[in-house]
Design a protein around this ligand. Structure first.
Ligand code: UDP
Ligand code: MG
Length: 340
């Protein structure tokens, strides 16, 4: 592979983004055209979209040699999309950004300047959460408070998944091969020198957000359990504290019984104790269950994504066996001119 200029791969996960894809390409390309000395390539990941996303990507790839795409066999989630994208990049620098133009392409030149200055990474962070529901902002604040307090990785609260990273940093990220991925934590965990780039939140020009409240809640729990065993410690600490008070209470009750004889009333105390301890036990089993669930999913070691179709040249596409066979039958799908 002969590259004269430094190369930058832009990884864009897309799920049902037919309404914004053309706009995304035009807006981003307008900015990229102003940057010299760097050669850009797009790598779109169609995350099992049910609309015309894949169709549009095929069209874009057919008419622009610097556009490649991977298409999953079903929806695997944005995390899988980012992972697959990073895995198939070959450039000196890699940008990850959303397809919905909520990550302003206008920040790209500043990001490039930052890596030129010697930073390994330049990541965008929102100045405000304008346009987001109050409940979602409040829960997100609580999540970052809890996870930054109890986990070793310090996550920037307003960070978004829009960043440029050096090849070295991306290779480090790819070494973390866990199946249940939490990119914000992984980005923070690998370290490297990061420059933060604040920007005003932008609303989607079209299409809608794929996140539901429960989806985010689950994601937050996964985030904490993936990076910390603090909840398990909490269970054992709670056990110690409760046992300590239980012991004191037992001693007091025993002495009372010995001095005053058996005191029959105690219905309320008994009921409270049973309910309280029952609750604590359910909670503790739940916390243990979360971790066991994680171990179970990781132990199965299933692939993080399955590629159904791609226009990447075969040598760069670490495609699954099934996709490989598909490609033999569809050799014309591969546009090798992109990777000269
Ligand atoms: N996305 C994806 N797979 C999914 C959900 C979302 O690839 O299962 C992509 C989506 O197409 C977009 C980015 O992830 O490019 C962010 O999604 P969205 O705008 O829905 O999230 P929000 O901006 O509301 O956090
Ligand atoms: Mg969005």
């Amino acid at each position: 592979m002969k590259y004269q200029k430094k190369t930058v791969d832009i990884v864009v996960p897309c799920y049902n983004e037919e309404e914004v894809l053309h706009m995304f390409y035009q807006e981003t390309q307008k900015i990229l055209d102003t940057i010299e000395d760097y050669q850009f390539r797009y790598l779109f990941i169609d995350d099992g979209s049910r609309d015309k996303t894949l169709f549009i990507l095929r069209e874009l790839a057919a008419s622009h040699p610097h556009i490649s795409y991977l298409s999953f066999s079903r929806n695997f989630g944005k995390e899988a999309g980012i992972y697959a994208g990073l895995k198939h990049t070959v450039a000196d620098y890699i940008i990850v950004m959303d397809a919905d133009l909520q990550h302003p392409p206008a920040l790209i030149p500043t990001m490039i300047e930052a890596v030129k200055e010697g930073y390994d990474c330049c990541a965008a962070m929102r100045l405000s959460r304008k346009g987001e529901s109050k409940i979602r902002s409040a829960f997100s604040r609580i999540f970052y408070k809890i996870s930054n307090r109890f986990t070793d990785v310090k996550m920037e609260q307003n960070a978004v998944d829009f960043r440029i990273m050096s090849r070295q940093m991306v290779d480090s990220i790819l070494e973390l091969s866990e199946v249940q991925r939490f990119s914000k934590g992984i980005f923070a965990w690998v370290g490297y020198r990061t420059k933060w780039l604040p920007y005003e939140n932008v609303e989607r020009p079209a299409g809608k957000s794929k996140w539901s409240f429960w989806g985010l809640f689950k994601y937050a729990i996964d985030g904490i359990t993936a990076f910390s065993i603090a909840p398990l410690r909490l269970v054992s600490t709670m056990g110690c504290i409760i046992s300590f008070f239980a012991f004191i209470y037992i001693v007091i009750t025993l002495i009372q019984t010995l001095i005053f004889g058996i005191d029959v009333p105690g219905y309320v105390t008994t009921l409270c104790a049973v309910l309280f301890l029952g609750g604590i036990m359910e909670l503790s089993i739940g916390i243990l269950g979360e971790y066991i669930g994680h171990i179970y999913m990781e132990a199965k070691d299933r692939p993080i994504y399955l590629i159904k179709e791609t226009n990447l040249p075969k040598k760069h596409a670490a495609v699954s066996k099934a996709a490989d066979e598909y490609s033999h039958r569809n050799e014309e799908n591969y546009d090798t001119s992109t990777m000269e």
